[in-house]
Ligand binder design. Structure first.
Ligand code: ZN
Ligand code: FE
Ligand code: FE
Ligand code: ZN
Length: 265
């Protein structure tokens, strides 16, 4: 199975499980590599209730060390962060990038202005909004995030579909500009299998987006976005089939922010 680089720790306050249990799950799933990428701290604090605090970064590093000790060379354990793309966040991301010897940084759009639109707590806001306008705003933010060049991996590309609020008509009008931006940035995207377990019941991104990404030469990783040991490597065979159907023949491996590829089997 490919590497799983998008996984969380209890430091984000909405994940559970010990480092050792996550590693045992990674070994059981037969992953080639395991990566830890918890929700990065965000200033000014307090920011929200679903991430570690800046003061908890040392605990996060200790968690990564614990995972490495338990793995004991049986599987490479990579270190990353899932960073939020927010207006004016560039300096903070650059500062975080220097705080540890990261193997990769993941960029995510979870916020449009002050609205963390994927948070079920604010589901009511979806029912009242102009879906077309929200999608436009989301994809503009995603393209700007790609253009920043700050991230190795761009997460869950069409997360905006999570609660199944999707505009009518051909979605290529949203996909095409962002595919150009990602291809130009050199960042890779992920198939995030968590989408299969959300109201949208589809992995992120949609098959059509993946096809366009493959044609544009955009690199790919497969991610579970595990928030518990039982979710590590979840649905990876299904995701590999999806990747192959879109034309992908390899996935990307990351170490110290350098890239290699491995054949998709
Ligand atoms: Zn999370
Ligand atoms: Fe996310
Ligand atoms: Fe995540
Ligand atoms: Zn995520």
């Amino acid at each position: 199975m490919p590497a799983d680089y998008h996984t969380h720790t209890p430091l984000c306050r909405h994940a559970e499980g010990e480092a050792e249990a996550f590693m045992d799950a990674a070994l059981r799933a037969g992953l080639t590599e395991y990566g830890i990428s918890d929700h990065a701290p965000q200033i000014p604090e307090p920011f929200d209730d679903w991430r570690m605090a800046v003061a908890e970064l040392p605990e996060y590093f200790e968690w990564i060390e614990r995972a490495r000790r338990h793995a004991g060379g049986r599987i490479p354990v990579r270190a990353g962060l899932e960073c939020d793309w927010l207006n004016g966040c560039q300096d903070w991301i650059a500062e975080l990038a220097g705080r540890y010897e990261w193997d990769y940084l993941i960029g995510s759009v979870h916020y449009l202005g002050d609205w963390d639109f994927d948070n079920p707590v604010w589901l009511g806001r979806w029912a009242e909004c102009d879906v077309e306008a929200v999608w436009k705003r989301y994809w503009d933010a995603y393209a700007t995030m790609a253009d920043s060049g700050l991230f190795d991996i761009l997460a869950h590309p069409d997360l905006v579909k999570k609660f199944s609020f999707v505009p009518r008509g051909d979605l290529d009008r949203f996909y095409e500009p962002v595919i150009d931006a990602i291809a130009g940035s050199g960042s890779v995207i992920e198939i995030n299998t968590a989408g299969w377990h959300k109201p949208c019941a589809e992995a992120y991104p949609a098959p059509r987006f993946l096809e366009l990404a493959c044609s544009a030469g955009i690199g790919l990783v497969i991610s579970s976005d595990a928030h518990a040991p039982g979710e590590v490597g979840r649905d990876f065979s299904r995701a590999a089939d999806l990747a192959k159907a879109a034309g992908y023949r390899e996935t990307v491996l990351l170490e110290k922010r350098q890239r290699r590829t491995e054949r998709l089997i």
